[in-house]
Design a binder for this molecule. Sequence first.
Ligand code: UDP
Ligand code: MG
Length: 321
Amino acid sequence: MSDMTQVPPSPLLSIVVPFYNEGPNVEALFVKLTAMLDRLGMAWEVVCVNDGSRDDTLARLLAAHAADGRIKVVDLSRNFGKELALSCGLAHSKGDAVIPMDADLQHPPEAIQMMLEKWREGFDVVYAVRHARVGQGLASRLFAKAFYWVFENLAEVPLPREAGDFRLMDRKVVDVINRMPERSRFMKGIFAWVGFRQTGIPYEQGERMAGGTKWGFLKLFSFALDGLTSFSTFPLRVWSYIGGAIAGLAFFYIVFRVIRTLLFGVDIPGYESILIIMLFLGGMQLLTLGILGDYIGRVFNEVKGRPLWIVRSTHGIEDSE
Ligand code: UDP
Ligand code: MG
């Protein structure tokens, strides 16, 4: 099986963790994670990205780095958001296999063992599939369901359901992702888009340890919209179909009105029908403009070509770009 991924004889494993105001979770995470990693019997590093935290996260990360050099720290100049923090961590990781993880211990380190087994079997990507969503309200769960449904039907690539960022990636996959220059980084979509030999393993998502989630409903909604418009042009194209359908219906309606007027004359002035049609078309036009605006805004953002993130300092990372 020559096309299978060959795991090098003494591989390095990189764990990439974005931190945003996770002070209370830092120590607990490392206690659990490093114990787990040491049991694996392979070389490892943990690349921590401090995403502009305003609490003592950075100080705690630096203390952890001082205690164990395999814990490395990249400090960003401000909060860039989870997707960019994660991309930055991937770019600074050196491992033959790389696993992004959340800082709040919702991703159980125990699953890493299983991912490594699949990797050794020859898979390039092993994503963890959530059994159940914990700590989320009914509205969020329904919303997530609806999102996956829409995405599955519209986007260029299928998105594995209930698979998040928690996954193992082979070095060659990480290299491809690092070379993707786009600014709106819907990582779930990017992970799926790159392809390669992928498989899933189940895992039980734990409760968040300390602090609350950083995702309100509005943020989730705009995240979903971002993902959709990054990986599909359907929202742009659908309006030509809808416009065509409306124009066709309008044509028949006009024919009907003309014949009726010729046969029976004008009875009631058609003021309501005109108003309704105008309001309806006006609404459709505004909606279409909004969608166009969204894509144009995205083009504008990409065209500016600014760096995706800005590093203030690194600790323990050699030859950073
Ligand atoms: N995070 C980040 N930057 C942000 C928001 C979140 O780096 O702007 C990190 C956060 O510290 C955590 C991970 O992303 O490690 C997931 O965040 P959270 O637990 O709030 O998301 P959820 O699990 O609710 O999806
Ligand atoms: Mg979480």
